[in-house]
Design a protein around this ligand. Structure first.
Ligand SMILES: NC(=O)c1ccc[n+]([C@@H]2O[C@H](COP(=O)([O-])OP(=O)(O)OC[C@H]3O[C@@H](n4cnc5c(N)ncnc54)[C@H](O)[C@@H]3O)[C@@H](O)[C@H]2O)c1
Length: 271
């Protein structure tokens, strides 16, 4: 599906992969763009992109992606101003690392990974992308019905595309029981929504990045990264966020490319 002239939403758009994707979507001619983030920086980032791209149809929305009222407001504002959202990249995400079972070897005491953290991770990294994706499909389904269209026909253009952000951690990763569960769960969300969404001409795909040079990865101690993680990366470097943004645009534009894409710079499995 051509990105040109389409209405898009990117969450987690104030930095990292989300911002890089927003910039690439604008380069590819998106008509309108909702930039969503919990950080108050998002309003200024959206204004900066309006100045840079000379596209006035960019809107910054500050809020929590897990908040259903906030999500409804973003979709209905975009619909009223520009029409139904056709591209959705729910990229907001968090990490809350910790061993699943941690033993104090002196006392023998065993501590389990916090249930609160597990739920928070699932809310932001699994439920949020699923519901933002489902609202994208819902908007297209409603729009088609008002035009007396229901089932999509293969001689029509693709009507919409959703790109979920998985991770190499979806294969399982020590210290990331919640994060790995969320990212692995997204694979099932992607394939299920792809099966259901194609009824309306909407594709859903998932990209699994390796280590991308963003604020999320900056939290890893540099010496630890060089010693323990870098040797696993065939290309011997972190991935640039714009490299992921570029692949996401290719995934949107090429309808034959479906399912899962691994963008891990030739990384060997973590386990
Ligand atoms: N950086 C990596 O190496 C890497 C690798 C694989 C997958 N990912 C995934 O890519 C996505 C983007 O990560 P990134 O590296 O750009 O991280 P990042 O920390 O740079 O950006 C994440 C953005 O999400 C926003 N955010 C977090 N919680 C939010 C909430 N509740 N509501 C609204 N916004 C919220 C943050 O403010 C931030 O701007 C995430 O889903 C992450 O899991 C990242």
């Amino acid at each position: 599906m051509k990105i040109e002239n389409k209405v898009a939403i990117v969450t987690g758009a104030s930095g990292g992969i989300g911002l890089a994707t927003a910039i690439k979507l604008l380069h590819n001619g998106a008509k309108a763009l909702a930039m969503v983030d919990i950080s108050e920086r998002i309003e200024k980032t959206a204004q900066d992109l309006i100045n840079y791209s000379e596209n006035p149809n960019i809107r910054g929305f500050c809020g929590d992606v897990s908040d259903c009222d906030f999500r409804n407001r973003v979709f209905s504002n975009m619909l009223d101003e520009f029409g139904p959202v056709q591209i959705c990249v729910p990229a907001a995400g968090i990490v809350r690392d910790g061993l699943a079972v941690k033993q104090n070897h002196k006392t023998g005491e065993v501590e389990l990974y916090s249930e609160d953290k597990f739920r928070q991770i699932l809310d932001v990294n699994l439920l949020h992308p699923a519901y933002w994706a489902m609202d994208t499909i819902a908007g297209i389904a409603r729009h088609r019905l008002t035009n007396n269209q229901s089932k999509w026909q293969s001689d029509e253009d693709i009507q919409g595309c959703i790109i979920l952000i998985g991770s190499v951690s979806s294969r399982g990763n020590r210290g990331q029981v919640g994060y790995a569960a969320a990212k692995s769960g997204l694979k099932a969300v992607s394939s299920t929504l792809n099966l259901e969404g194609l009824f309306y001409g909407v594709q859903t795909k998932i990209i699994h990045p390796g280590f991308v040079d963003t604020p999320m990865v900056e939290t890893i101690d540099a010496d630890y990264f060089d010693e323990n993680l870098k040797p696993m990366i065939g290309l011997g470097r972190k991935i640039r966020p714009e490299e992921i943004g570029e692949i996401i645009c290719t995934m949107i534009e090429n309808p034959v490319l479906s399912g899962e894409v691994w963008a891990d710079a030739s990384m060997t499995p973590l386990a």
